[in-house]
Design a binder for this molecule. Structure first.
Ligand code: TEU
Length: 567
């Protein structure tokens, strides 16, 4: 383990996630493009980013903003050309940064040539590329599995009289990984991009690729009863991932992150322990369900702070013990902004954004910054459902009303939970459309852009942007951030989350007040005696003024957050 920690360069890296549709438009189309990203590479380099995760730019009907791929080896004209892509890759390399592509192979678009052939007839050579089933004996659905975007997971095909499986949108058909030809195609397309010199892949919902071949009905005895237990971390998933490692990740020395939906820690250890030869690291979402009552995303509740801390801590300790590696994140393109969700995005917006950053960047793993997070972009305010674009939000708005909610109640839920909360255009400056486009943006720009934008923050040394920049630099400087043992310090404090990272030479302490009231934290006696007393402590970063040395007791003003080093 020690060895791989020092060998694997990405353990000291920070990843920046680019949602290309909303990043930077250079053509006036209202949608971002590859050339827009090229324009902003100096900005990302200044921030200290090592790896850019570029979300899908492949040919796609865009029903799910590119997660519905119709051609894995061509660029969608809305985003540019293959020449633009090659230039992007070269520009990234010339800045000593790395490019990570998003690979979406649990499913393809129904517009993909494979699916078009597959639906021709039952004996078409591509039939087995997808998951086709006869109707149930009563003529109904093959089983009761539900789509993640609402409604049944099966679509009927008139032409051939069978259903095909779609765990996401009805135009995202699940690929049949049992078929070796499908696995061969995946190796081929990944090799295509690896040959172009990309450094790695983010693998979309990759723990869903192996389905229980009996396709059983879900009797609901295990929540949520939507079928997911029959295809999540399924029977052959590790075998399939090892095959990809052997044939592509290993030979091209790629950095890889698997997106794991509803996974377990045992599985994530297997996915990310280097000895297993699977992925470099894993995303899991347990800590982002602490405001889902009984696991229900489409019902509101205040988040459970203690549960958030417990989940973060369990995954720190468990993954460390098992030799796994976490991808660290609070934000992505599928989540509302953590700043609005867990802290205060109005009165204490700047403090809150810095607190979210410090809390995350002190943990063990590889941190991910989602575009706009580094300037403290909050959830936009949605006036009306017509402002939203996401397929999931639009489906759920209807389903919530079918289930008895009023239009206003449904909108109130969508406002909090919609994936569009993180998808509004990047706010570059205080000019028209926040400098994102000269045209009409595909989704509205948040009205607070005149005071929340990159230009203003780059000029202010006290800004959220500069706070991120400092944290990203610290990750490279301090070995304890990479391999320090995690100890939780707050003992179920109702307002404060505090932890330490301990190595032989140094100790790091992080303390964050997640409330709008003053809080006081007493360090555990044994910790204080062993690690603080007798050492020299230094405040590395904070978001309000504080005496530089760490005391046995610390008083934290609203949303105060600090990181100390003790040597
Ligand atoms: O998301 C996987 C996923 O399960 C979610 O985060 C999903 O958006 C949520 O559960 C819905 O409530 C990945 C991508 O990140 C997402 O953008 C895609 O829509 C999805 O896969 C399908 O490719």
């Amino acid at each position: 383990m020690k060895n791989s920690i020092t060998q694997d360069w990405w353990r000291k890296s920070t990843v920046y996630q680019v949602y290309p549709k909303s990043f930077k438009d250079t053509t006036g189309s209202g949608e971002g493009d590859i050339r827009g990203l090229i324009e902003k590479l100096d900005y990302l380099q200044d921030l200290g980013i090592d790896i850019i995760w570029l979300q899908p730019v492949y040919v796609s009907p865009q029903n799910d903003n590119g997660y519905d791929v119709a051609d894995y080896c061509e660029i969608n004209p809305e985003y540019g050309t293959m020449e633009d892509f090659d230039e992007l890759a070269a520009e990234i390399r010339s800045r000593n940064m790395h490019l990570m592509l998003d690979i979406v192979v649990n499913h393809s678009s129904t517009e993909h040539a494979w699916f078009q052939a597959s639906r021709q007839s039952k004996d078409n050579p591509y039939r087995d590329y997808y998951i086709w089933k006869d109707p149930a004996p009563d003529g109904g659905l093959p089983n009761n599995w539900q789509s993640k975007f609402g409604g049944p997971a099966w679509q009927y095909d008139e032409g051939t009289g069978q259903y095909f499986l779609t765990l996401f949108d009805k135009t995202q058909a699940d690929l049949n990984w049992e078929n070796p030809k499908v696995r061969e195609e995946v190796v081929k397309l990944m090799t295509f991009w690896a040959e172009k010199g990309v450094s790695g892949f983010r693998m979309d919902v990759i723990n869903l690729i192996s389905k229980d071949q009996d396709f059983p009905n879900d009797d609901g005895s295990v929540l949520p009863g939507d079928g997911r237990r029959f295809y999540t971390d399924g029977p052959r998933v590790h075998e399939y991932v090892k095959e990809m490692h052997e044939r592509v990740f290993g030979p091209y020395n790629l950095v890889t992150v698997g997106e794991m939906s509803s996974t377990t820690m045992e599985n994530c250890i297997l996915y990310s322990n280097p000895a297993e030869k699977e992925f470099s690291m894993t995303f899991n979402f347990h800590h982002l369900k602490v405001d889902y009552p009984k696991g229900q995303k489409w019902e509101l509740m205040p988040y459970d702070f203690e549960q958030l801390k417990r989940l973060l801590s369990d995954w720190q300790i468990g993954m460390q013990q098992g030799g796994g590696w976490n991808a660290l994140f609070f934000n992505n393109h599928d989540q509302p902004r953590a700043l609005s969700r867990f802290t205060d995005d109005t009165k204490y917006r700047t403090e809150s954004a810095k607190l979210i950053a410090t809390t995350l960047h002190g943990l063990q793993g590889t941190p991910y910054v989602f575009q706009g997070e580094e300037i403290g972009m909050p959830n936009p305010y949605w006036n009306d459902i017509s402002e939203l674009r996401d397929i999931e939000s639009k489906n759920m708005y209807q389903i919530l009303q079918q289930n008895g909610k009023s239009a206003d109640e449904a909108l109130a839920i969508i406002r909090e939970r919609s994936r569009d909360n993180s998808r509004t255009p990047m706010q570059w400056d205080d000019g028209p459309q926040a400098g994102f486009t000269s045209g009409t943006p595909w989704i509205k720009v948040d009205e607070r852009y005149p005071s929340i934008n990159v230009k203003q923050q780059m000029n202010d040394p006290e800004s959220i942007y500069h706070h991120y920049k400092k944290l990203i630099a610290l990750r490279k400087e301090l070995q304890v951030l990479t391999d320090g043992r995690y100890i939780r310090l707050d003992e179920a404090h109702p307002q404060v989350y505090a932890y330490a990272r301990v190595s032989e030479k140094e100790t790091l302490v992080v303390m964050s007040n997640f409330s709008d009231r003053e809080a006081s934290l007493q360090l555990p006696d044994d910790f204080h005696t062993e690690y603080v007393e007798g050492g020299l402590s230094k405040l590395l970063i904070g978001n309000t003024k504080l005496e530089p040395a760490l005391q046995a007791q610390t008083v934290l003003t609203p949303y105060a957050s600090y990181m100390w080093i003790i040597r």
